[in-house]
Design a protein around this ligand. Structure first.
Ligand SMILES: Nc1ncnc2c1ncn2[C@@H]1O[C@H](COP(=O)(O)OP(=O)(O)O)[C@@H](O)[C@H]1O
Ligand SMILES: [Mg+2]
Ligand SMILES: [Zn+2]
Length: 499
C-alpha cells in the first residue's frame, strides 16, 4: 500500500472525474469552453463533496499550458498543472483562510492581485474555508472581488455559507455542492477498492457510505482505515472501526426483544451507551434494521432493498418472530423516539423508554388503564402512547435475584412517567412540543403532577399550568382534573437517570 492517503491519491483531476454534482460539472465545463469566466466563484456545501478539488480543477483548466486557451480537460502534466497540484504555482495562490484570516492577509492578497500572471493566463486566488475571514478582511477584499483586474479569478470555498458576508455572496457566482448519494459513494469506493486490491464486500462499502453522511473524503478515509485489517472486510469491521453499532450488537437487541427479556434489553442498551455509542446512533441503526425486517416480510427476495448492516440471513431468522403489524408499529415507535431525541437532554432515558416500547411483553393486556388498543389483537401489539402501566417489570422469580428484578422499580417508574410525558408531547402542537420537551414529569400521584424544569423555564411553565393539566388529564384518562406543580432544578440533567 502506498503511504499517500486514499482521499489524496484519488482526488479528481478533471471535471469529468468529479463524482456527482452534475449541474456544477456542466456549468463549469460550458463556462470554460465558452470563455465566460466569472471574476469570483463561491463553492459551498458540506465537507468532502469536492469544493477544493473543483477549485483546483478550475484553476488548472484556466491555466493549462498545453492548450492555447482555457480547456475543460487540463492535461495534468504541464508545468502549470503540476505546480497547481503541488500547491506551488506562482499564479495560483491557495490561501487557507482558517489560518490567514486577518485584514493584513487580505491586504497582502489585494497587492498581489495587481501583478500580472507569471506563466499562466490568470492569477487565481483560492480562498479555502473563507468563512473564517474576519469582517474587516472581507471588507478589504470586497472591492477587489467586485472589480478584479481582468486576469484575476477568485474562488471562495466554504462549508458555512451563512457566515460569509451577504455583500460578498452577491458578487460571486455561487455553486452549491450536494452531498453524494449512498449509491454514488459505493460506486466510487468500489473503483478505488479494486484499484488498490482491497478485499471488501458490498455490504461493507454500503456501511461506509452510510456512515460518511454524503462526503467522499470521510468515506475514503474509512476505507483506508479498514484496508489496514488483515481480513476480508465486512460490514461488522466497518462499524467496529467507525464506532457504529455492529451487526452483533443489533442482533443482541433483537434477540432480547424477541425473547422478551427486559433485563437483557436494558443491559445491552446500557452497555452500548457506556461504550460511547449515542442513543441517536443506536436508534437510527435499529430503525434501519426494523425497516429491513419489514422489507423481508413484504418482499423476501429483494435483498437489494436492504439498507442496514444486519445481513439477509440473520434478518430472515428474526423476521419470523414478528408479524407485519408489530414491525410496522415498532417502526413508528422508533421514528417517534428519533424525533423526540432532538429535543431532549435526557437521551439515554428516551432510548430505554423506546426500547421498552418495542417489547411484546409490555403490552397493555391487563393493564389498568389502556387506550388505543383494539380488542381481539393478536397479543403482539405494542403499547401505544397513552398507555402508562408497564407490567412485567417486577420480579417473577421470587428470590429477588431473577432477571427482571435487576431492573430497579425506579427505572420502571421513570419509564412510566417518561412515557406519559411523551404522550402529552405527542398530542401537543409542534410549537408547544419544543417547550414541553424542557420539562420532566417527576411525579404523578392522585390528582397531583410535578414537573421539573430549569429555572429559565419556570415562568413559562407556571403560565401554562392549566393547559398542561388538561393535556395530562387527557393523556392519563384521569376522571378527575389534575393540579400541576412546577419544580425547578439547578443541575443540568445531561446524564441519564439511573435507578
Ligand atoms: N465530488 C467528488 N468526486 C470525487 N472525489 C471527491 C468528491 N468530493 C470529495 N472527493 C474526495 O474527497 C477528497 C476531498 O475532497 P475536497 O474537494 O477537498 O472536499 P471539500 O473541499 O468539499 O471538503 C478528494 O481528494 C477526493 O478524494
Ligand atoms: Mg475543502
Ligand atoms: Zn496542463
Amino acid at each position: 500500500m502506498s503511504t499517500v492517503a486514499l482521499h489524496q491519491k484519488y482526488r479528481p483531476q478533471t471535471l469529468v472525474e468529479l463524482v456527482g454534482q452534475p449541474y456544477i460539472k456542466t456549468a463549469l465545463t460550458n463556462a470554460v469552453k465558452s470563455l465566460q469566466i466569472a471574476p469570483a466563484y463561491l463553492f459551498t456545501g458540506s465537507r468532502g463533496t469536492g469544493k477544493t478539488s473543483t477549485a483546483r480543477i478550475l484553476a488548472k483548466s484556466l491555466n493549462c499550458l498545453n492548450t492555447k486557451k482555457p480547456t475543460d480537460k487540463p492535461c495534468g502534466i504541464c508545468q502549470s498543472c503540476r505546480s497547481i497540484e503541488s500547491s506551488n504555482s506562482l499564479d495560483v495562490s491557495e490561501i487557507d483562510a482558517a489560518s490567514n484570516n486577518g485584514v493584513d492577509d487580505a491586504r497582502a492578497l489585494i497587492e498581489r492581485c495587481t501583478l500580472a500572471p507569471v506563466a499562466g493566463r490568470y492569477r487565481i486566488f483560492i480562498l479555502d474555508e473563507c468563512h473564517c475571514l474576519t469582517g474587516n478582511a472581507f471588507n478589504a477584499l470586497l472591492k477587489c472581488i467586485e472589480e478584479p483586474p481582468a486576469h484575476v479569478v477568485f474562488i471562495l470555498c466554504t462549508t458555512e455559507l451563512h457566515k460569509v458576508l451577504p455583500t460578498i455572496v452577491s458578487r460571486c457566482q455561487v455553486f452549491n455542492f450536494r452531498t453524494l448519494s449512498v449509491q454514488a459513494i459505493v460506486q466510487h469506493l468500489r473503483i478505488v477498492a479494486d484499484a488498490e486490491s482491497i478485499s471488501i464486500d458490498n455490504e461493507a462499502l454500503t456501511a461506509i457510505a452510510r456512515l460518511s453522511d454524503g462526503g467522499l473524503r470521510d468515506a475514503l478515509q474509512l476505507l483506508g482505515q479498514a484496508s489496514l485489517l488483515d481480513a476480508d472486510i465486512t460490514a461488522n469491521h466497518v462499524m467496529e472501526i467507525a464506532g457504529g453499532v455492529t451487526e452483533t450488537e443489533l442482533m443482541a437487541i433483537l434477540q432480547a426483544i424477541a425473547t422478551n427479556s427486559t433485563f437483557r434489553l436494558l443491559q445491552v442498551a446500557r452497555e452500548l451507551v457506556d461504550f460511547g455509542k449515542t442513543p441517536k446512533l443506536i436508534l437510527s441503526n435499529l430503525l434501519q434494521t426494523y425497516r429491513d425486517l419489514l422489507i423481508i416480510k413484504s418482499a423476501p427476495k429483494e435483498q437489494a432493498l436492504l439498507t442496514g448492516c444486519v445481513s439477509h440471513t440473520q434478518l430472515k431468522a428474526f423476521a419470523n418472530h414478528w408479524n407485519f403489524e408489530t414491525l410496522n408499529l415498532s417502526l413508528a415507535e422508533l421514528q417517534k423516539a428519533e424525533n423526540y431525541l432532538r429535543y431532549t437532554v435526557n437521551a439515554a432515558v428516551w432510548l430505554e423508554v423506546c426500547l421498552l416500547n418495542l417489547m411484546p411483553s409490555l403490552l397493555p393486556v391487563g393493564a389498568t388503564k389502556t387506550v388505543n388498543v383494539k380488542p381481539g389483537h393478536d397479543g403482539k401489539l405494542l403499547p401505544t402512547f397513552g398507555t402508562y402501566t408497564i407490567n412485567k417489570v417486577t420480579d417473577k422469580s421470587g428470590d429477588g435475584k431473577g432477571e427482571d428484578s435487576l431492573l430497579p422499580a425506579v427505572a420502571a417508574n421513570t419509564a412510566n412517567l417518561a412515557q406519559i410525558w411523551l404522550s402529552v408531547m405527542d398530542k401537543a402542537k409542534p410549537n408547544h412540543q419544543k417547550l414541553l420537551a424542557h420539562a420532566h414529569l417527576v411525579k404523578l400521584q392522585d390528582d397531583k403532577a410535578i414537573l421539573e424544569v430549569t429555572p429559565a423555564y419556570q415562568k413559562k411553565f407556571e403560565n401554562s399550568k392549566e393547559a398542561i393539566a388538561k393535556m395530562l388529564q387527557r393523556a392519563t384518562q384521569s376522571p378527575k382534573p389534575l393540579t400541576v406543580l412546577i419544580k425547578t432544578t439547578n443541575h443540568s440533567n445531561n446524564g441519564r437517570v439511573r435507578g
